[in-house]
Design a protein around this ligand. Structure first.
Ligand SMILES: Nc1ncnc2c1ncn2[C@@H]1O[C@H](COP(=O)(O)OP(=O)(O)OP(=O)(O)O)[C@@H](O)[C@H]1O
Length: 758
């Protein structure tokens, strides 16, 4: 109850408190209401103000919004544009990106492929290297093994060698001792040998004498060859048949048969055997013969000009028969068709050049024509031809026409230039037969003076290349007046030439050189040791029968070779006999030469021993040869033989044999000489070196044979001197004074060497 009372009291307290609070609260509320009213009024005022302000602000906002809206629109438009640009850029970039992406993808795929390949290769190579490395390791192992075994072997060998060296050293000591004793014995032998040599030297003296004579024998032999040539005929007649010219309808030939040396022509007006007539010449060239073939048959004639001989080459025949063709060649000639003149000049210069180390040649050219028996210089360029005189005696330097222009030449082209001038100056007259008919004789003379550089001697050779005027008969040329006079002069000079050559071929005591200018001009080159070659040109056309026949008769007459004539066979018999004589002499000489060689070898070996023993050495045959001045032509042939042998691989004998086979006048002439020289100059020196030892061993045998050899040599010398003494009247240089008869020409001792240009 108490509690209830407390609670009542509390409730009464709380009711009082609540009453007080209620009253304060009411006061406050009234206050607050007042305040709220004030505030409400104030608020209303203020809200009005605010609304006003708000209205203003709203307007302002509205304005700002308007402005912003405008600015925004502008900005939006710019941004849209920008966006569009950007979009475009982005799309292009996207495209680029796309393309780059694609290329990158391709490259990536390629690189991936390559990388894969490289990887595979790398793997393969590494495998290979590993394999090789493995092999190399194996090899190294093998090598190590083999080097070990070799090392062992070498050591063994070294030991063996050391043993051998020791043994050899001891044998060397023994040999030294025995060598000393042998040396002593050899010294003794040498003394004995020197005494023997002294005795041999005494024996050799007569042999040396024989060797000296041997050269004389060879010289005689060469002379005999020349003599034989003269007997065979220093005058040669070659017949050449001109082919039918293209465009000629009438092609009936009068030539029935062409042989090596003979020719048969048929008379068209006769029949059967009576129509035929044969002619014999040194050579007959058919119409198909080339210029080169013709020249090859006369080449050695040309060569002999450089050896100091005079050579004359003629072309004879009727107009248009091919004289100029043979001598010069056709117009606009090629290397195949050039004639004898050009070929001869080429050869002359070629040979002169090949000899220039030992002979200095001077070559001069003259060209003259003989027209109406007057000599005219063809090498004048001022256009005023003067008449020239001919010297027939003691002509200086072999020049028959000293006043004619003489031009020194150094090459064939120099001569060709001169020939062109000469041919232009040559008188050419037109006849009914041939437009180009030459009515004068043209003479191209090549004068050669050679000086031997070693011995200083000189020699002179002349080559005359003569294109004769046409030989047709006067009546056939249908000419009168001046032309008739020309033809008469031509015929006269041609028949004078025929007479001279005929007289020479007959060895007639009188040779009628003075009957024409042509023969006067060529006097020194016709006859004597001069060589004469005549080309007889014929035209086989049936219409030219009578001309051809007279040409052939002329040629037959000058050649002196008549069919069936007793003289001709007698000559050949004598030639044969002489040839046999010469060959037997050559055999004897070669036998003697063998002996000389052997003895010379013996002497050489003896000489060397003597020298070792300080005993003076006697002069050898070789020295004798070197010191002894040989004739010019010998020297030339010697050098040429040697030169030729060098070119032919050193076989002189082969060359001689080959040339002998081709036979003919000229070949035997020159080859005979070269064979002589090869005998004389090559043989003594050739076998010395190789056979010294054998000769030493055979020395005794040889010395036993020595007396036999000397006897043989003396026999040969006697035989030669007998041959010399059988010669009759001496043959002189001057053909006019030369005595007739073949036998006289057999002379060995009296033949003169080629005339030198003194
Ligand atoms: N062997 C040959 N081969 C080819 N043609 C030739 C031969 N021989 C001569 N002839 C030609 O015949 C013609 C006459 O020849 P060429 O002029 O040489 O005669 P020729 O005897 O010198 O005359 P001429 O007396 O008038 O001087 C020329 O056209 C020449 O080319």
């Amino acid at each position: 109850m108490k509690e209830q009372e407390d609670k009542n009291l509390e409730i009464s307290a709380l009711k009082q408190e609540l009453e007080t609070t209620k009253r304060t609260y009411e006061v406050q509320c009234s206050q607050l209401e007042t305040q709220a009213k004030d505030a409400k009024a104030e608020l209303t005022q203020k809200s009005q103000e605010y609304e006003q302000r708000l209205e203003e602000l709203r307007n302002k906002v509205e304005e700002i919004r308007e402005e912003e809206k405008k600015a925004d629109e502008k900005e939006i438009i710019r941004l849209m544009k920008e966006q569009e640009d950007k979009n475009l850029e982005i799309s292009s970039l996207k495209q680029d990106l796309e393309a780059t992406k694609k290329t990158n993808e391709v490259q990536c795929s390629q690189l991936e492929g390559e990388a894969k390949g490289a990887k595979a290769e790398l793997e393969q190579k590494s495998q290979e290297y590993e394999h090789q490395l493995e092999e190399l390791r194996n090899k190294v192992k093998e090598l190590e093994v083999s080097s070990d075994s070799k090392d062992q072997k070498w050591n063994m060998k070294m030991n063996q060698m050391q043993t051998v060296i020791k043994f050899q050293f001891s044998s060397l000591q023994k040999l030294k001792l025995s060598w000393e004793s042998i040396k002593h014995n050899v010294m003794k032998e040498q003394t004995v040998y020197a005494e023997d040599c002294d005795r041999l030297g005494v024996y050799l003296k007569p042999l040396l004498h024989a060797a000296e004579n041997y050269h004389a024998v060879l010289a005689e032999n060469r002379k005999m060859f020349n003599e034989i040539q003269e007997l065979k005929g220093n005058i040669r007649v070659f017949c050449r048949i001109r082919p039918f010219l293209s465009g000629k309808k009438d092609k009936q030939s009068i030539v029935e048969l062409i042989g090596e040396n003979d020719l048969v022509v048929a008379n068209p007006s006769k029949e059967g055997k009576d129509a035929l007539r044969s002619f014999k010449f040194n050579k007959v060239f058919g119409s198909a013969t080339t210029q080169a073939e013709v020249y090859s048959d006369i080449q050695s004639f040309i060569r002999s000009v450089l050896d100091g001989y005079n050579v004359c080459i003629f072309a004879y025949g009727q107009t248009g028969s091919g004289k100029t063709y043979t001598m010069t060649g056709p117009n606009g000639a090629t290397s195949e068709t050039i004639g004898v003149n050009y070929r001869a000049l080429n050869d002359l210069f070629k040979i002169a050049t090949s000899r220039e180390s030992f002979i200095d040649y001077e070559i001069g050219v003259q060209m003259v024509e003989i027209y109406n028996e007057q000599v005219r210089d063809l090498l004048i360029t001022d256009g005023s031809p003067k008449r020239l005189g001919i010297l027939t005696r003691s002509q200086p330097k072999g020049l028959a026409v000293p006043d004619a222009s003489l031009f020194p030449v150094k090459s064939p082209s120099d001569v060709i230039k001169l020939m062109d001038i000469g041919l232009k100056n040559r008188a050419i007259g037109a006849t009914a037969m041939n437009e180009r008919s030459s009515r004068s004789h043209s003479v191209l003379s090549i004068h050669i003076c050679g000086k031997d550089l070693k011995i200083g001697s000189t020699m002179v050779g002349n080559l005359h290349l003569v294109d004769l005027a046409g030989s047709e008969r006067v009546d056939r040329s249908e000419v009168i007046g001046d032309r008739l006079k020309e033809a008469q002069h031509i015929n006269k000079s041609l028949s004078a030439l025929g007479d001279v050559i005929f007289a020479l071929s007959q060895k007639s005591p009188h040779v009628p050189y003075r009957n024409s200018k042509l023969t006067q001009l060529l006097q020194t080159s016709l006859g004597g040791q001069a060589k004469t070659l005549m080309f007889v040109q014929i035209n086989s056309d049936i219409s030219s029968y009578s001309e051809t026949l007279s040409t052939l008769k002329f040629a037959e007459r000058v050649s002196g070779v008549e069919l069936g004539a007793a003289r001709s066979s007698k000559e050949s018999k004598e030639v044969r006999e002489l040839m046999e004589q010469v060959s037997s002499l050559k055999n004897a000489i070669s036998a003697k030469e063998e002996e000389i060689q052997r003895l010379q070898l013996l002497k050489g070996s003896v000489g060397s021993i003597v020298w070792r023993n300080q005993i003076p050495r006697s002069r050898s045959i070789k020295h004798y040869e070197a010191d002894n001045q040989q004739p010019m032509d010998d020297h030339i042939h010697q050098s040429e033989s040697l030169h030729q042998s060098e070119l032919n691989g050193g076989n002189i004998g082969k060359k001689v044999a080959a040339n002998a086979e081709t036979s003919g006048f000229t070949d035997s002439d020159f080859d005979g000489k070269s064979s002589d020289l090869s005998d004389s100059s090559v043989a003594p020196g050739t076998e010395t070196d190789g056979s010294e030892n054998s000769s030493l061993t055979e020395g005794k045998k040889s010395s036993d044979k020595r007396s036999k050899a000397i006897r043989k040599t003396v026999q040969v010398m006697r035989k030669l001197s007998r041959t010399s003494s059988t010669a009759t009247t001496p043959v002189k240089d001057d053909p006019v004074k030369k005595s007739p008869g073949i036998k006289k020409s057999v002379s060995i001792g009296n033949l003169k060497p080629p005339k030198l240009w003194k």
